[in-house]
Design a protein. Structure first.
Ligand code: NI
Length: 176
């Protein structure tokens, strides 16, 4: 399929809510998922949501090996997952702040608080149910990607704008 252009912060589509997928195993959905994979891998991302390539459908993909080039300090692998029509249930009030990046906000990082312990449900591309209880980095990535489906980008969740900037400039601050 194809590597698609990733929309960047400021593009109005990124602020729109996405619609549920009602039919699985269609050519449209399968092609969209392939494009999401191709684009995520080309950009060395660890997650991408359909609205980032301009499609307002509730589909996210994510996954990372223990050490990704874009996230060299990553300590935790996340299985490569296609998640359709995701629903997140927060299992604890506990939140933790950590640095995030986004393919739609290239070159930048910001400190974002996320819930530490969640359950997520959704469907795989064949329409089989997915349900996982996760913590930490995995929970963070899912919350970040699902935010895209509600038109939210991580800079909207930064508490302290002094902890937002270009990755290279933040190098000293980003002890993570
Ligand atoms: Ni993102």
């Amino acid at each position: 399929m194809a590597v698609r252009k990733v929309l960047r912060m400021g593009h109005p589509i990124l602020l729109e809510p996405s619609a549920n997928v009602n039919e699985f195993n269609t050519t449209d959905v399968d092609n969209l998922i392939q494009d999401l994979f191709d684009t995520m891998h080309a950009e060395e991302g660890i997650g991408i949501a359909a609205p980032q390539i301009g499609v307002l459908k509730r589909i996210v993909i994510f996954g990372v090996e223990a050490q990704n080039r874009r996230y060299p300090n990553n300590r935790e692998a996340i299985p490569l997952t296609v998640l359709i029509n995701p629903v997140i249930e927060v299992l604890s009030d506990e939140m933790e702040a950590d640095w995030e990046g986004c393919l739609s906000v290239p070159g930048m990082r910001g400190m974002v608080k996320r819930y530490q312990h969640i359950r997520y449900r959704g469907y795989d591309p064949k329409g089989n149910a997915i349900e996982r209880e996760v913590t930490g980095f995995h929970a963070r990535v899912v919350q970040h990607e699902c935010d895209h489906l509600n038109g939210i980008l991580y800079p909207q969740r930064i508490d302290n704008m002094l902890q937002f900037g270009f990755k290279e400039e933040l190098a000293g601050a980003m002890v993570c």
